[in-house]
Design a protein around this ligand. Structure first.
Ligand code: PDD
Length: 293
């Protein structure tokens, strides 16, 4: 199925199997590249300008200019998503520094970025699965200190997820200097004494688009929330633990390191926030403001 879909490569739309980059691409050789994953619900890309602003930030942090402007990106995303009308999708995009014939850590002066994007179908959300929650483990955060850049250098994240899988868990929550930062591919929230908490913006975690939306929805709903450091031990006493991302939406962690979180089922705050999030997706379908801004 996905092989028959077209991918975007440097201005062209090609069958995925034909969209290739040279072996000297610095994204491949050095992880010298950044990316975004943008969800589409019912065929409609969600929160695009938020993702594109974060892409601009990531590129600026690695001293690159965005090769496409936002209108051009919007057109690419819409064209890719239009191949799967009405379907939920994850649209992946990546900008690499480009290919250069000599492998050298020094960033070449004259190098043209490579730009790729493709979409994949996601199965429609299964509310029963969501209500079952997920399992997580905690692991030391052995990533670098610029986790705010959405870079493709993800080996530490990949290995953390592999360990979680080996231990029968869905996600790993990463602990740095005693503080819980985020998941291997998700942001962290806890509910503690009725207060919704997420670690503050810093260079040690990704400013997640789903995380921003959850904070926005909490504010609109008048729910108490704060950005505050979450100690490892806070995870053990939390009433609720959630992990958020563009692919998992808001997952309730019901078991952490083999022990139940709260009552071992998604909590009341999760039910309320998940309903607000689903309503936001519904407004996207109806074409109102949740689509973006
Ligand atoms: N990852 N933190 C990390 C380390 C992530 O990789 C992600 C998402 C998030 C959540 O960000 P957002 O809400 O913007 O998706 C937080 C994507 C989904 C991925 O790598 O596939």
């Amino acid at each position: 199925m996905s092989e028959s879909l077209l991918a975007y490569l440097n201005g062209e739309y090609l069958p995925r199997s034909e969209a290739c980059l040279p072996i000297t691409d610095r994204g491949l050789l050095f992880g010298d590249s950044v990316y975004e994953v943008i969800p589409a619900y019912g065929g409609l890309p969600f929160r695009v300008s938020h993702h594109l602003r974060r892409l601009d930030r990531s590129l600026a942090a690695i001293h690159m200019r965005n090769p496409l402007d936002h209108a051009q990106w919007q057109a690419v995303l819409e064209r890719l998503a239009a191949q799967l009308p009405g379907q939920d999708q994850s649209i992946y995009l990546q900008v690499t520094r480009g290919a250069y014939p000599i492998r050298n850590h020094v960033i070449p002066q004259q190098v043209k970025p490579n730009v790729i994007a493709f979409t994949s179908v996601n199965p429609p959300r299964n509310p029963d699965n969501a209500r079952r929650g997920i399992k997580a483990i905690t692991l030391p955060d052995n990533r670098w200190h610029r986790c705010d850049i959405k870079a493709t250098t993800l080996l530490a994240n990949v290995l953390a997820r592999a360990q979680a899988t080996e231990e029968g868990a869905d996600e790993a929550i990463l602990i740095r200097d005693g503080a819980a930062m985020e998941g291997s591919a998700s942001n962290l929230f806890i509910v503690s004494n009725g207060l919704l908490l997420t670690p503050p913006d810093s260079e040690d975690l990704l400013p997640g688009i789903t995380r921003d939306l959850v904070l926005e929805l909490a504010r609109e709903a008048g729910a108490p929330y704060a950005q505050a450091s979450i100690h490892h031990s806070d995870l053990e006493t939390a009433e609720e633990v959630w992990l958020t991302s563009s692919t998992r939406e808001i997952s309730a962690v019901v078991e952490l390191d083999g022990r139940p979180v709260g009552k071992g089922v998604p909590g009341e705050h999760w039910y309320r926030m998940d309903a607000l999030f689903q309503a936001c997706k519904e407004r996207l379908r109806l074409g109102s403001e949740c689509r973006d801004n």
